[in-house]
Design a binder for this molecule. Structure first.
Ligand code: HXC
Length: 516
């Protein structure tokens, strides 16, 4: 079988060990006699391209003996360089200087760099490793964070903003990464929380470790705060370089085109080796993704969180695309609160940066139950709907199997602005599955039959023949074409190239009001 993704392979997240990344990056720094912060920046940028800005900046605090603690640069290295030849602005906090704490001068260095990145239309990367607001500077430190947050929001949707957490990130400091497009964490040596374990213990009497409360795994698997988790600093920074290769420098530019050796008109019959014959059997949709898109280009986002939906960047005909796929391997691919939040966030990121969205649809519906309803699946599910409706980038979709109920409408249907909607012959498009439909429609009638079970089966068969095919949808023009699975890559690639020039006017308004 030529599926490139091995579902049994461990995720790239090894067991936490004692700061392996720090040792590794410290070794790089030591060998070159540079700080860990500088070694991180060197790992991010193309060799020899980093130019530092503000290396002699000093703080002006005189409280608590601070006038005697003057370190040029004030605990943060700021500057500009290139990543794969493209300009990127970045800072790295230095925990060996006043704990990497953020005072007024430190903050204004970062804020100035944010202004420069926005003016230049270039991505901004922040490498965070800090004890938070500099206690000795009081409100000046707090105000410094405010200046950064304000610029995070001003840059949002204009230039890609990426945060890498390489150490502590506590208190209000977490809000700057949370305002950026992507958060990278390092397993075992980075953590993010609003209040640390000691305060938690005092207030709620809970005993919790730093790792449990806000470590990389917590944020990659439970909260979704972190988009990527890597074993070491160096791998995280290599991940940032890879992510940047899918993104434009700013919202007005197009992402880089990188045509590889994989022929655009290649047939992909291997998808059928992944796709089960029975519509009740689960399978890993990544097996389909790996065979349809340019080989080995898929970069999964939020891999450990809300695994009932798979999202990530890939290339098709060398073009950067955002893939959104239901995952039948988890909860049969049902949409729920977290899947909706994950999908919505990814779609809005793609739309902001002009990256077409390709959806692979196999979804039995939204997950029913009190838990979901009481936690607000109505609003959270509406986020995914809103994101698809709002997105003006080319939207292509393939229905492979189930596409039921509200989930049919949400997942890039024609009704919410899908540009090209394809279906495999196995597609089933209906309000609900046969069993549920027969139960609702014929319960009374079936009870009066001599053999209710046989009558129910007969009614289900009739329902399946009528609805559980793509025919009704093709007849109405809601599905543009039924394609053989092996043609999926070829067809998607052609339609992608033909919708590339799509130009959609947006309604004039201040901004929409996305459900929360
Ligand atoms: C000033 C700080 C500091 C801070 C650390 N240092 N954090 N100095 N302000 N926030 C200094 C220490 O005094 C010490 O100085 C040196 O940095 C190294 O700190 P250690 O504690 O020895 O290091 P370590 O054991 O590695 O512990 C790291 C740490 C811990 C877990 C980050 O320092 C810590 O808990 N710091 C406080 C974290 C915090 O609560 N920050 C405020 C968050 S609230 P010397 O001189 O001894 O070497 C916040 C609000 C933002 O940030 C609001 C935005 C709106």
């Amino acid at each position: 079988m030529s599926v490139t993704h091995d579902p049994s392979a461990p995720s790239p997240q090894p067991a936490a060990s004692a700061r392996p990344n720090e040792a590794e990056i410290a070794a790089v720094g030591e060998a070159r006699r540079i700080s860990v912060a500088r070694a991180r920046l060197e790992a991010l940028f193309d060799p020899g391209t980093f130019d530092e800005i503000g290396d002699r900046v000093l703080h002006r605090s005189t409280l608590f003996g601070m006038e005697k603690k003057q370190i040029p640069g004030d605990g943060v290295i700021t500057g500009v360089g290139t990543v794969d030849g493209r300009t990127v602005y970045a800072f790295a906090q230095d925990r060996t200087v006043l704990g990497g704490s953020l005072g007024e001068a430190h903050a204004l260095k970062i804020a100035r760099l944010q202004d420069m990145a926005l003016a230049a239309g270039a991505p901004f990367v922040g490498i965070n490793d800090s004890g938070g607001a500099r206690i000795q500077e009081g409100v000046e430190a707090l105000g410094g964070y405010g200046e950064i947050f304000m610029r995070n929001v001003r840059s949002s949707g204009q230039i890609p903003q990426i945060s890498v957490i390489c150490g502590p990130c506590a208190g209000g400091a977490v809000y700057s990464p949370a305002l950026t497009d992507f958060v990278f964490m390092v397993d075992g040596s980075s953590y993010m929380f609003l209040t640390g374990p000691k305060v938690v213990k005092t207030v709620t009497f809970e005993d919790v470790t730093v790792e449990e409360l806000g470590g990389g795994r917590t944020h990659s698997e439970k909260t979704g705060v972190s988009h990527f988790l890597y074993p070491t600093d160096l791998e995280a920074l290599a991940g940032v370089r890879k992510l940047l290769s899918f993104l434009p420098s700013n919202w007005k530019e197009k992402p880089p085109v990188m045509e590889g050796p994989d022929a655009t008109d290649r047939l992909c019959p291997e998808v059928l080796e992944v796709f089960p014959e029975s519509s009740r059997t689960p399978y890993d949709v990544r097996g389909i993704i790996d065979n349809v898109f340019d080989r080995s280009t898929f970069l999964e986002v939020h891999k450990g969180w809300a695994q009932n939906i798979v999202v990530g960047f890939a290339r098709l005909a060398g073009r950067s695309v955002g893939v959104v796929a239901n995952q039948p391997l988890e909860q049969a691919g049902c949409l729920d609160i977290n899947a909706s939040r994950k999908g919505a966030r990814f779609i809005r990121t793609c739309n902001a940066y002009g990256i077409p969205i390709i959806s692979i649809v196999d979804v039995p519906g939204f997950l029913p139950g009190c838990d979901q309803e009481h936690q607000g699946v109505i609003n959270h599910g509406a986020k995914l709907l809103y994101a698809y409706c709002e997105a003006t980038v080319p939207k292509l979709a393939v229905i492979t199997r189930k596409s039921y109920g509200g989930a049919y409408i949400v997942m890039s249907s024609k009704h919410v602005g899908g540009d090209v909607n394809l279906a495999w012959p196995t597609a089933q498009i209906a309000v609900m599955g046969a069993k549920g439909a027969v139960e609702v429609l014929f319960r009374r009638k079936l009870a009066g039959e001599a053999d209710p079970e046989a009558a129910a089966l007969e009614a289900e068969r009739h329902y399946e023949e009528t609805f559980l095919t793509p025919d009704q949808a093709t007849g109405r023009g809601f599905v543009d074409a039924v394609i053989e699975p092996a043609e999926t890559r070829r067809k998607l690639a052609r339609f992608l190239l033909r919708t590339e020039t799509k130009n959609t006017a947006r309604p004039e308004r201040k901004h929409g009001n996305i459900p929360t």
